[in-house]
Design a protein around this ligand. Structure first.
Ligand SMILES: Cc1ncc(COP(=O)(O)O)c(C=O)c1O
Length: 321
């Protein structure tokens, strides 16, 4: 069974400029003494780009298949921003629940939501446990008005969003074949989990031998690993493929002071990628994954001839935090 055959069964819209470019980082390679490549999912092209654009291709595809007219999600996050843009581009309204005060939100983020006509619902920190009930009330109101609602999970990380990174793994596999290169390690930031879950499932379907290492940005390794495995298991069941839980590898040593704070190492990684390669990371997601990559390289945790693929999952240089 191939990834392309598996994914043919799912409705998908086209948002991303795919396949994402993959290229060698020559100056970083020279400095670290390992072959470092980068997959430019920061350049997925639609609205603010990044890994969320991929997830939304399948999520909006599913919403349209189910005849939804309204999207509901939560978090003043890159996912919600891109969901607002993708929703509008396909004629869907979007409501976003946000914990915190409006006045304390990032101004660029608020401007973005406004441009997309997103309807924002703020819930105070003290009342954040009431969010599920508030969402249910809104869904009921919208449905009573005759419209159908599609709920997008936090970060787009559900069984549908995960399909997009199975597809990304297929792009990696195609690149490997076309350029006769095997990536021994794939490194990326892991948060709400669909990016890693999709890559792992892609690997299990494709049979390509590699080690996918998710650098945790918020949760300690055991919990993050369990969350990723849960999503892999649910998605594997949905699409009917076997998977191997040992393929889920998480490293939490680069979280630093926690989410959403930068660490000294992530700021150094951002500086290094910018000054050597002109590649802009952010210090909260991709910078932490890059800090892990640099640490592995400098501490002989890669084999001498390893080809390493770093997935740049977006983050807009941290301008929205
Ligand atoms: C820039 C960036 N990289 C990586 C991630 C992690 O991806 P996932 O949430 O699919 O684990 C996120 C999630 O918000 C992100 O914004």
């Amino acid at each position: 069974m191939s990834i392309k055959t598996v994914l043919k069964n799912f409705n998908r819209i086209q948002l991303a400029l795919a396949p994402s470019p993959i290229h060698r980082l020559s100056r970083l390679t020279a400095m670290l003494g390992h072959n470092i490549y980068i997959m430019r999912d920061d350049l997925t092209g639609f609205a603010l780009g990044g890994n969320k654009t991929r997830k939304l291709e399948f999520l909006i595809g599913d919403a349209l298949k189910k005849k939804a007219q309204v999207l509901i999600t939560s978090g003043a996050s890159s996912f919600s921003r891109n969901a607002a843009a993708a929703g509008r581009a396909f004629g869907l309204d979007i409501h976003v629940f946000i914990v915190g005060e409006e006045a304390k939100q990032n101004r660029a983020s608020m401007t973005f939501f406004k441009l997309m006509d997103a309807k924002l619902h703020f819930i105070s920190e003290e009342k954040k446990e009431t969010m599920p009930q508030e969402k249910m009330k809104l869904i009921k109101r919208i449905e009573e008005s005759g419209q159908s609602v599609y709920e997008l999970h936090h970060g787009g990380s559900d069984e549908v969003g995960t399909l997009s990174y199975i597809n990304a793994f297929d792009e990696i596999s195609d690149y490997s074949q076309n350029h006769s290169i095997r990536f021994d390690k794939i490194i990326h930031a892991t948060g709400s989990t669909a990016t890693q879950a999709g890559l792992v499932l892609g690997q299990c379907i494709d049979g390509h031998e590699t080690m996918i290492i998710g650098m945790a940005i918020a949760r300690e390794a055991d919990l993050q690993k369990k969350n990723v495995q849960d999503l892999v298991a649910r998605t594997a069941q949905k699409i009917g493929v076997p998977w191997d839980q040992s393929k889920v590898i998480v490293d939490d040593r680069f979280i630093g002071p926690g989410y959403p704070l930068p660490s000294k190492e992530s700021e150094e990684a951002v500086k290094l990628f910018a000054s050597l390669e002109g590649v802009l990371l952010d210090a909260i997601y991709t910078g932490k994954a890059a800090a892990g990559l640099i640490h592995y390289a400098l501490n002989n945790m890669f084999a001498k001839d390893d080809n390493i693929l770093f997935i740049h999952t977006g983050g807009n240089f941290g301008l929205f935090y």
